[in-house]
Ligand binder design. Structure first.
Ligand code: SAH
Ligand code: SF4
Length: 317
């Protein structure tokens, strides 16, 4: 086919969101037929939708493999944030995360990741996209890179790269590769400044060196103005002590960064406890006193299990 066809097809797919090749009316009939021999458009709508009292919505999508993945839409003033999944389950196995307790059931294709955006009802109102749903994005690197590029590419969905955030535990080698290919915002799940404890809490980080990760992040946050956010789930008596706050401040000192404290969301079958609000506030203030910008994330969608770390497949197949 002539080269300009590629752009025409992209426009139909990402601009007009067509559901079939037949709708690509500026392609000749024979080109549409040839395309049909090697490709199809499969964009399943969510099969289930739940709405939280706070307006957060959770959508369940069926994967090609017959599993269910979830995406959440979180309204906040003018903002509409879509929280995407990259895998069914997760093999990092963090002790506080319901997705981790599922273990890994499978990777999503780039199409399955993008379809959570493409086929959700509020698509045209979405202002921000975060890869913070089920899965560790860097464990599904090719599909995640492809999806992030198509979200931001001019010939793709054309969204601003500043409105897309990848959340990851930050394995250095795949993270470096991701950063070579995609320029989006980064949120790194830290959860403790102490490597040994981190390996306990997040078993999938055992083979990785925290200081190597920090070096990589420092290079990125230093060379230009791209600031990295750290996420820190507040677990009572586990990682919420003044020593943890001080060591965290030390670890990130001199970086343009923000530490986002996330109240732990308890779930059935897990015996960890959330830190008390006063403890979280002390921790936040202690970081601030040491020059680190720190915020507390509001919990959203708790009543429908759409909040961070609660996405897990309970649906019957
Ligand atoms: N795997 C990636 C992205 C998905 S998890 C990552 O870990 O960064 C998104 C965020 O939810 C992470 O910061 C994670 O630590 C947090 N989270 C997991 N379980 C949680 C829970 N039970 N309560 C609150 N936050 C949780
Ligand atoms: Fe996986 Fe993230 Fe959950 Fe850890 S917190 S198990 S990396 S999804």
């Amino acid at each position: 086919m002539p080269r300009y066809r590629a752009q025409q097809i992209a426009r139909w797919l990402y601009g007009k969101h067509v559901d079939s090749l037949e709708e690509m009316t500026n392609l000749s009939l024979s080109d549409r037929r040839r395309l049909g021999e090697v490709a199809e458009i499969r964009a399943p709508r969510p099969r289930e939708e739940r709405v939280s009292a706070d307006g957060t919505k959770k959508y369940a999508f069926l994967t090609d493999g017959g599993d269910v993945v979830e995406a959440a839409m979180i309204p906040d003033g003018e903002r509409r944030t879509l929280c995407l999944s990259s895998q069914v389950g997760c093999r990092v196995g963090c002790r506080f995360c319901a997705t981790g307790a599922m273990r890994l059931r499978g990777n999503l294709s780039a199409g399955e990741i993008l379809n959570q955006y493409r086929s959700m009802p509020e698509r045209d109102q979405i202002t921000n996209i975060v890869y913070m749903g089920m899965g560790e994005p860097l464990d599904n690197l090719p599909a995640v890179i492809e999806s992030a590029r198509l979200l931001t590419a001019e010939e793709g969905y054309g969204l601003s790269n500043r409105r897309i955030t990848l959340s990851t535990v930050g394995k250095p080698a795949p993270l470096a590769r991701f950063l070579e290919n995609c320029d989006v915002r980064l949120a790194v799940s830290l959860h403790t400044p102490f490597q040994e404890q981190r390996r306990e809490l997040m078993p999938g980080t055992r083979g990785y060196d925290l200081l190597e990760l920090m070096q990589l992040l420092r290079r990125r946050a230093y060379g230009d103005s791209r600031r990295v956010t750290f996420e820190y789930v507040m677990l009572k008596g586990v990682n919420d002590s003044p020593e943890h706050a001080d060591a965290t401040a030390e670890l990130v000192s001199g970086m343009r960064t923000r530490v986002n404290l996330i109240p732990f969301h308890p779930w059935d079958g897990n015996d960890m406890q959330p830190s008390l609000p006063a403890q979280i506030e002390q921790f936040r203030a202690r970081l601030e006193r040491r020059g680190v910008t720190a915020t507390v994330r509001a919990s959203r969608g708790l009543d429908i299990e759409a909040a961070c770390g609660l996405l897990a497949t309970k649906h019957p197949g």
